[in-house]
Design a protein around this ligand. Structure first.
Ligand code: MF3
Ligand code: CO
Length: 253
């Protein structure tokens, strides 16, 4: 079932989204050679809790941390811990916060020091593909238009989109209907309606789209060991077009 949010709901949800966005910024600024992923997770958790919000991921399906921190060939759901970040790594941080009964959800990939041209190009293409998807998130379009826009942008550059994991509705629950794949056929799927809030989140691999899940049940890596990047925003569909709810410059109330 798809939950349609009123403009008042969107106002309340905005606060969760802006806290999520600022938590992501704080995490991104902490990405430096020598820092552990566990230290970054702690900073993120402290910030979210200092705002009176809750980390949405902590305890979700048994997930043990506040953020997912995924280095290099790790696509998503990297569990923060003793992993030391090194110069040249690319580090994906995914974080959500809940307050007022609503969740925000966003992610970005950050460079640790100087990274290879290949790594930088992958990150750039993934970020840009997210904005292609957001531009397609207009009332009257369909979910397939979002996925098709992302997929076309990514594959034109010789990369692949992960299929095993997808974006999703987000609101009172972290994961709501509909699923929002990063691939698809224009004009197909659920019609986009004003008041829908979607987490659009391309996961883009340098090589094969195939992934494996490690024995911890979470850590998801590329099957070929090549790099992966991940960018995500929570987006509201409105009659005036898509609104990026997880804009860090957004108003808290
Ligand atoms: N942003 C991810 C998602 O949309 C976060 C899930 S991690 C979990 O699914 F721990 F919360 F499951
Ligand atoms: Co998400």
């Amino acid at each position: 079932m798809i939950n349609i949010k009123s403009s008042r709901d969107l106002q309340r949800m905005r606060e969760a989204c802006v806290i999520s966005a600022r938590a992501l910024q704080i995490g991104g600024q902490a990405v430096q050679p020598g820092v552990t992923t566990g230290e970054i997770d702690r900073l993120i958790r402290q910030y979210i809790e200092s705002m009176g919000a809750k980390p949405s991921f902590l305890g979700y399906g048994g997930y043990p941390a506040s953020a997912c921190i995924s280095v290099n060939e790790t696509v998503i759901h990297g569990i923060p811990g003793n992993t030391v970040i090194r110069e040249g790594d690319i580090v994906s941080i995914d974080v959500g916060a809940a307050i007022n009964g609503f969740n925000g959800d966003n992610a970005a990939t950050f460079a640790a020091g100087r990274v290879s041209r290949e790594a930088q190009a992958l990150m750039d293409a993934t970020r840009e593909s997210l904005y292609e998807g957001i531009a397609a998130a207009r009332a009257g379009n369909r979910v397939g238009d979002i996925g098709a826009a992302v997929q076309r942008y990514v594959e034109m550059r010789g990369y692949s989109v992960v299929r095993q994991f997808v974006g999703h509705g987000v609101g009172t629950d972290l994961h709501e209907d509909p699923s929002v794949p990063n691939f698809g056929t224009p004009g197909r799927g659920q019609k986009l309606l004003p008041g829908m809030t979607l987490a659009i989140e391309p996961m883009v691999n340098a090589g094969t789209h195939e992934v494996s899940i490690l024995g911890d049940g979470w850590t998801t890596v590329t099957k070929d060991g090549r790099l992966s990047a991940h960018f995500e925003h929570t987006v509201a569909i409105t009659p005036e077009g898509p609104i990026i709810m997880t804009d860090p410059e957004g108003k808290l109330r």
